[in-house]
Each structure stands twice: as C-alpha cells, then as structure tokens.
Design a protein around this ligand. Sequence first.
Ligand SMILES: Nc1nc2c(ncn2[C@@H]2O[C@H](COP(=O)(O)OP(=O)(O)O)[C@@H](O)[C@H]2O)c(=O)[nH]1
Ligand SMILES: [Mg+2]
Length: 477
Amino acid sequence: MTTSRKVPEFVIAGHPNEGKSSLLSTLAEDDSVKVSPYPGETKRCKAFPVKIDGQEIIRFVDTPGFQNPMRVLAWMRKYKGATSNIIRDFIASHKDDPVFRDDCELLRPMEKATGIIFVVDGSRPLRRGDKAEMEILRLIGRPRMAVINCKTDDSRWLSSWQEEFRRHFNSIRVFNSCKAGYRQRIELLESLKAIDQELSILLDSVISAIKADWAARRQKSAEIIASMLKDILGFQKQTPILLPELGEEAEKKLEAKLLEEYRSFAKKREAKAHKELRRIYKHRLLDSALPEHSILQEDLFSKKTWQFLGLSKRQLVIAGAIGGAAAGAMVDIGHGGLSMGLFSMAGGLIGGVGAAVGSKEVLAGTRLLGIRLDKESIVIGPANNIQLLYVLLDRALMYFSHITGWSHGRRDYENAHCELHENGKRGFTSEWSMERRRICQAFFKAVTDKSQDEATIFQAEVTFVGMLEDVLKEIAG
Ligand SMILES: Nc1nc2c(ncn2[C@@H]2O[C@H](COP(=O)(O)OP(=O)(O)O)[C@@H](O)[C@H]2O)c(=O)[nH]1
Ligand SMILES: [Mg+2]
C-alpha cells in the first residue's frame, strides 16, 4: 500500500456574500458549489476535494462566514489560555448559543486546517467588522492568506485593502473568481506557499500534479477533436440503386435523404465531441448555457456558419499554393458558392449531388467531389473539401476556448454570448501559417483518402494531434 500523504486543507473564510463560494468553485473547478446572491446561503462547512485520477490532492472547505465578528473578537481578546486551544475553547463555551452557530461552524475546521484563505470583496470600502475578522484570524494563529475578489470594477478601495492586509497576512492576492482561469489558479497556489515555509514542498507537488493534469487534458482534447474530424470527414455511405428505374423524382429524393443522413451524423458526432470536452474540463452547468446568439448555435451546414467561419481570400491563396484537389474545390467555393443554397455551398464537401446525378459522365462512375455514382450504387463521402475541416475545427476551438475560459464560480450564463462572439471572429484557423495548413492538408488527405499507405496516414494523424495540442495550449495555457 502507498503511504497516505497529508492532503493540504484550506478553509475559505470571510464575511457572507463576499465571494467565498465562488472562489472555491473556481479553485476546485467544481460548479456544484452553491453560489448565491443572497447572504447567508452557505449554512454549513463543506469540504470540496480536488481529485486527479481519483486521488485527492488538495481540499478546500467552504464556510458560512462570520456572523458576529465583533463579539467573537471580544471573547478571544479576553482569552487567557494557549493559542492552540483558543478555537476549541471558544466552541466549547458557545456551541449551544444559536447566535454563534455560524461562528462555531466556521471556526471548527480552522483548528486542523493547513491554512486559511480570507476572502473580501475589494470593490467596497473596509468596515469595522473586517478588521475584527482579520484580528480573529491573527489570534487563532493559523497560516493565512488574503484574497481580494472584486465583485465589480470599482478599484477605488483596492489600495486601502492591500495596505490593511499587509499588516495581517503573510500573502495577498487579487483574484477574480468569475474570470480566473488555469494560470490564475496556479498563481494563487504559488502565493499560498508564502503563508508557511513548511507548506512549500507540499504545495509544489500539488502544483506539479495540476500542471501535469492540465497537459493530459489538453492531449485528450486534441485527440477528441481529431477523432471527431476523422469520423465526419471520413464518413462514407453506399446506397444501392437500380439506375434504369431511377427517375428524376427518385434521384432528388435520394440525394435529399443522403444529405440529411450526412448532416444528422455530422451534427451528432460534433455534439458528442463537444460534450466530451466539457466533461474533461469539469463543466456540468455550462451544458445548457451555450450562448443563444453564438455561431455555435447555428447549424453546422448553415450559410451563416460558413460565411462566418469560411476561408478568407488570403487563406484560399495559401490553400491554392499548397495544392491538391481539395484546394481546387475551395477556390470554387470562393467564387460565390456561399451565396447559393446548401447544395452549392456544400458543393465541395459532398459534391453537387444534383449535378452529379444529372450528368451522364458522372453516372459512368466518375467521382465528383465526394459523391460517386456507379451502376449499382450511390456513394456519399468521404468529404472532398478541406473547408469542412476548418469549419469543424474552428467550431471545436471556439467551444474549447469557451469552456476553458469559463470560471467554475461564474454563474451568469445568460451573458455568455458576447464573449463567444468576440473570440470567434472569423475563427481561429483563419490566421494560421502555411506550416499549420500543410499539416491540416495532410491530415485531411489521411482521413479521406483510404488509398494512402498506413504509415503515411498514421504519421499525418500524429502530427496533426501534436499541432492541435500546441493550439490548445495557446488558447488555454
Ligand atoms: N460579478 C461578480 N460577482 C461575484 C464575484 N464573486 C462573487 N460574486 C457574486 O456575489 C454573490 C455572492 O457570492 P458567493 O460566492 O455565494 O459568496 P459567499 O457568501 O461569500 O460564499 C453571488 O451572486 C456571486 O455570483 C465576482 O468576482 N464578480
Ligand atoms: Mg457561500
């Protein structure tokens, strides 16, 4: 058996409604933490473990906040016993008094805590009660850190908070629970080291574990995105037909049916990948919160999606320079395909089925942009236009950026759309270098052209996933 190492435990203290639960939620990446606009909603202390691969590495305890700081302080100032007994004795003499219920509840976990994180809303002025709370923490004598969590943009009071905190705490940090991401979480843990020398080694291993976990999540995400692209771009379906009997009406029906099948498959497969990403980044509540006006709410094949994420002229030129049949198809789209309906818009990707079915040469078995007809069957897929790869990739990256940029403590899901729109302007891939496009091109070929040898396919996929990992790092750190 492995020896059970001490799991550092930090108690989050402070006045009600200052953002304690929000801070904890973001720090522990746990959106099940109850955050409420009404003070006094957190009634009991609750520990929230941070686990990696099922193993607890650090723990944060949410508390109700001080109820009577002035009176608690008055009692503690008069206390004559040893500092190490002050909490125990306070609880012993107040546990039956309902007036001090929250205070007892809050102090209890502090006795054995590794440290205390004191949270204030730095966008309001300092009050008498705040000083009393800080003084209580000093008398308790546990290692402590102050976190200034600004609920609004008002920074008038920030310096007075910092000044006051310098006198009472070993470490101070400004942290925005609704905006903080991975980097800010690591920074906060780094500052926690300063509260107690002995903590340094313990927290260093926590930080290393979190970093390694973040890298592993990034790798997993890159694989999820690549696998989704592989499935959608490589989708192929063969439907038997009896050509002589197939009239124009039947052809139209068949083509519509095939398109619908493809569309529905792609949609489901894309949603599945997004869901997997969401799970990796531990978001449960964000599920229903996809911004209402986001381009991600648009159908994958809608004109709007393709106009928004479609390739720019510059990209088309680069794509043309890279060469290949797919690039040719893209240039066709650049020449006005987008202004037409789904069919011509999708022209490159699954081929103008209408044209294919209507033309004699095509009926002879020519492969045209992903749709093939021969004497006995009609074959749809794999995709033959790399633009579908870029559209899917941009949507996945936008989604990734959205979920990794969303702090777990943030709950105003209704305001989500604005940011996503800005993030997603023209998508991420539109500015990519020739080098990255080449990798995409090779990947596209690997997943759509089965005639290539296995080693080439494997290499193209590995290189693509590696590149994606870099991209994800650029987005989420
Ligand atoms: N805008 C904004 N609101 C915040 C922030 N932190 C907390 N809040 C809000 O303030 C309220 C109280 O937060 P909560 O974490 O429950 O405070 P607690 O009582 O100290 O646990 C909730 O409505 C939060 O959404 C912040 O950094 N920015
Ligand atoms: Mg709370």
